[in-house]
Ligand binder design. Structure first.
Ligand code: ADE
Length: 527
């Protein structure tokens, strides 16, 4: 209606000034502002009634209303105009009446404004004045034009805001990580990646609360500023490098193109809500970069200069406090991984690692550990009760496979089965640590579990025969029995590697037991 009025008004002002003759039927109208007091129209004659803003008098305008100005063409809205009268804005109030029955038919028309303010309600026709200029038309055009313009601008603004918000959201969805063409506009990252911010600052700034990872563009930005320094490991997935980002060490796991699924999986798991934890390897960034020939798949994590637990134990020993600190931190990490956290805003699914071993655990400078290599992890979705991978049950490292994995009796529909298989592997890791516990200068050499029963790189069949058929477990040295802490550790590990998976301790139980053992050994919290 507002737009119609604007269009009609604009056209009316033109037609009132330039009466037209057409080839069709025409009518001569009374025109109060025309030189000879008449105009010729191919449409209607009209009279409009208004109240003059200055004089507060009722005034009438008599004009032609040419077809070109009819809107809609068959039934012009203008002819029905009878605005509700707002006493505060008298100028806007008008009533219009049109006619085409005879020449000068509009001369007798006196359209009444629908609701007159009290001061005009009693006004008689002789008080009324006939308009003689175009000032009302002009003001009306300006007013209506401005209103329409403001409304249009508002609508455009709302549409624009909605579009930009939606656009941003799409870029930040996890899936968007894996598109190569994301904007690298430095504006997007500058506040977070300010020159003085360390990785710790950036992570604290952007992940407080959910602990679910940096924004994807920030991840990509960081990854692309890393210089690779030296190779520190190789595995079935690819290579691990030490890299530098603005003077800080980072670990960069570079996956071969064949291992895209592992890269995707590990990045996805690390970015699970609330996974950030002191005893889970700190995730920094994932990036996929197409160099024209192949796609480089990077996973950037915290760098720990002590390397893996396997590296550490191969060359160093620990004291009783160090042993318990390590074991407690690993079980704390595993308990966190296994635990489902239910929350309205953010929650964490239960996650099973499925490839726990000393090579997949990093030793921090304070002697505690962080669990890494989450590429085979599965999580349990308690909404649909499904485990999220169509899995081959026999994955992971053969030496650390639980008996039920080796003989394929594991119940894959039951999520606890995966947790129990993790606990079996945890028991073997405790055995590796405890052997290296130096008490009074006595300790055992570093060995992998079952080093004395299977060859290096054993087959599944060799492992199955040893672990399932022979029911063998790593041997407990005699010296452990006479030292309380070692004896306590041997009790825990035996309860981790029961053949009956349901009888094994849970990670949470182990954590509590070791915390008590630590308290009795007077372990201070790590600095
Ligand atoms: N080897 C494998 N991952 C590592 C890491 N994050 N830090 C140090 N050495 C590693």
């Amino acid at each position: 209606m507002l737009v119609w009025t604007l269009v009609a008004t604009l056209l009316l002002s033109v037609s009132a000034q330039t009466p037209q003759t057409t080839k069709g039927k025409t009518i001569t109208c009374f025109c109060d502002k025309c030189a000879n007091l008449e105009c010729v129209s191919d449409g209607y004659c009209y009279t409009s009634t208004r109240i003059d803003k200055e004089t507060k008098q009722i005034e009438h305008d008599f004009r032609c209303f040419d077809k070109i100005a009819h809107f809609p063409p068959e039934n012009p809205a203008w002819c029905k105009e009878n605005a509700h009268l707002n006493p505060e804005s008298l100028l806007r109030s008008a009533a219009v009446a049109c006619c085409d029955n005879e020449n000068y038919c509009n001369k007798a028309l006196r359209p009444q404004i629908a609701s007159m303010p009290p001061q005009f309600a009693s006004m008689r026709p002789q008080d009324e004045k006939i308009g003689d200029d175009l000032s009302t038309d002009t003001s009306l055009i300006i007013f209506v034009g401005t209103t329409v313009l403001v409304v249009l601008l508002l609508v455009l603004l709302v549409i624009y805001c909605g579009w930009t918000r939606n656009h941003k959201w799409k870029k930040q969805r996890p899936g968007a990580l894996f598109k190569s063409n994301d904007s690298m506009d430095p504006q997007d990252q500058q506040p977070i990646l300010g020159v003085n911010n360390t990785l710790r600052d950036i992570i604290d700034m952007t992940t407080s609360g959910s602990g679910s990872g940096l924004p994807l563009l920030v991840q990509r930005s960081i990854a692309r500023q890393i210089q690779l320094v030296e190779i520190i490991g190789k595995g079935r997935f690819g290579e691990v490098w030490r890299g530098r980002w603005r003077g800080e060490n980072v670990a960069v796991k570079i996956f071969s193109s064949r291992e895209e699924r592992s890269w995707f999986r590990e990045a996805e798991i690390y970015q699970t809500v609330m996974l950030r934890h002191d005893n889970i390897l700190g995730f920094i960034a994932a990036d996929n970069k197409d160099n024209g020939t192949w796609t480089q798949l990077w996973l950037v994590t915290d760098f720990h200069e002590n390397g893996s637990l396997f590296d550490y134990l191969s060359t160093r020993t620990v004291d009783i406090v160090g042993m318990i600190r390590m074991a407690l931190s690993i079980s704390t990490g595993l308990a966190h991984l296994h635990m489902e956290i239910v929350g309205t805003q953010a929650g964490k699914p239960a996650i099973a690692h499925r490839d726990l071993k000393s090579k997949n655990i990093l030793v921090k400078l304070n002697g505690t550990c962080a669990i890494g290599d989450l590429g085979l992890a599965v999580h349990y979705d308690d909404v649909d009760g499904k485990i999220d991978l169509a899995t081959n049950s026999r994955v992971g490292t053969k030496r650390y496979m639980a008996p039920e994995v080796l003989d394929e009796s594991i119940c894959e529909n039951h999520f606890d089965s995966f947790k129990r298989a993790d606990v079996y592997a945890l028991g073997l890791i405790f055995w590796e640590i405890t052997r290296r516990c130096n008490v009074g200068g006595i300790y055992d050499e570093y060995q992998l579990p079952y080093y004395d029963l299977v060859p290096s790189d054993p087959t599944i069949e060799e492992m199955r025969k040893t672990v399932c058929e022979g029911r063998h477990r790593p041997s407990i040295p005699n010296r452990w029995q006479s030292i309380d802490a070692l004896n306590a550790m041997s009790k825990v590990m035996k309860e981790c590697w029961y053949h009956n998976a349901a009888a094994r301790l849970t990670a949470l139980r182990i954590k509590k037991t070791l915390a008590n053992l630590g308290a009795s050994e007077d372990i201070k919290p790590p600095q």
